[in-house]
Ligand binder design. Structure first.
Ligand code: IMP
Ligand code: MG
Length: 182
């Protein structure tokens, strides 16, 4: 285990099982169409490509980058689009693939923006969902979800703190001393 990790929340094997479960659901729901997996960079990159490789249906992938955290552990609450999609989403079945639903400021913003491109359908898929963050009235519908996790700052499997730890094969809680000594 990495020295900056407090404890492991999901092992490599557990993540693999969750991604397989999500892939099986998407395979079932998108039998007659080729959905666009819209990966939200950078955090969802690892998850999105693993998911794509586990799907039996045909898919296309595109990437979007939004920023709300920068080097913080708390969301700034405002979203900027740093990279937009290349594929035309008009009339397409779109699945937004993100790493984690925290405040959902990002997902809410992106869902709203993407609706403006007139997709045929749009669904959300996240590997992790943080519990006890959003008030019921702020909640959004997450269509595919890997796991609910406690409200802690986590890293690994694509998730970072100041761009570090994305390469860890597991998901772990980051030691508070790492960001509190800043
Ligand atoms: P939200 O808008 O607060 O739901 O979160 C936006 C983005 O912040 C997520 O897609 C992640 O990339 C990042 N994020 C939120 N929580 C964590 C965390 O615990 N660890 C690492 N990144 C996180
Ligand atoms: Mg992200």
């Amino acid at each position: 285990m990495h020295k900056d990790v407090e404890r492991i929340l999901l092992t490599e094997q557990q993540i693999d099982d969750k991604v397989k479960d999500i892939a099986a659901q998407i395979d079932e729901d998108y039998k007659n169409t080729v959905p666009v997996l819209l990966c939200i960079l950078n955090g969802a990159a690892v998850f999105a490509v693993d998911l794509m490789r586990k799907l039996k249906i045909d898919t296309e992938i595109d990437f979007m980058q939004a920023s709300s955290y920068e080097d913080n552990v708390i969301s700034k609450g405002t979203v900027t689009i740093l990279k937009n999609t290349k594929i035309s989403l008009e009339g397409r079945d779109v699945i937004i693939v993100d790493d984690i639903a925290d405040t959902c400021v990002t997902l809410t913003y992106l869902l709203d923006k993407l609706k403006g491109y007139n997709p045929k359908s749009i669904k959300s898929c996240v590997l992790l969902n943080k519990l006890d963050v959003r008030k019921p009235q702020e909640d959004i519908k997450i269509d595919y979800k890997g796991a609910d996790i406690p409200n802690e700052f986590v890293v690994g499997y694509g998730l970072d703190y100041a761009n570090k730890y994305r390469d860890l094969p597991y998901i772990g809680i980051l030691k508070k001393s790492v960001y509190e000594r800043k």
